[in-house]
Design a protein around this ligand. Sequence first.
Ligand SMILES: C=C(O[C@@H]1C=C(C(=O)O)C=C[C@H]1O)C(=O)O
Length: 180
Amino acid sequence: MSARTALINPARSHHWQPAACPGQAPRHWRPWLKDEGSLTQRLTRAANGEFAVRVLSQRWSRPTADEARALGMRSRQVALIREVELLGKDGTPWVYARSVLPATTLTGRERRLRLIGSRSLGSLMFSDPSLSRSPLFAAALTDDHGQRYWARRSVFRLHAKPLLVCEVFLPAMEHVQYPL
Ligand SMILES: C=C(O[C@@H]1C=C(C(=O)O)C=C[C@H]1O)C(=O)O
């Protein structure tokens, strides 16, 4: 639960910096933080084809003020908040991801994103020719036990409608080589 606590604690704003030059990020994390492709594809390669999404929660709620700001949302608007773990080799949780999909994004073709279950959000998004992505930002998050995680986030747009994806790399990824 610790990565989730660190990430979703509304009282704790994070210092997001451009992932292209993530300051004091240790060398191991840098390629993961700035990879502009699909994390699903990259993790699948790193795990020699093993990959799964475990849905932890998916519910309508209000995003944190920081998330609403990143999405240009008015603070009272609701969004579909999706929290998952991305499982790599032997079903080990490698990434915790929190995605914020505004109700105004889940219209038209994007309505289908409400019902993706344990399919990867990324695998659907990266197959959509209308997809665009803002620059990636990175931050070091610390949970209530002092455990530090490196995280990244970016705003995707499908048919010009935004959604925010934040991915927190979990300790098990310390030993996962970035696959070129
Ligand atoms: C954005 C991507 O989708 C991944 C899958 C997610 C999901 O299914 O909720 C969330 C974040 C991502 O790590 C990706 O693969 O790059």
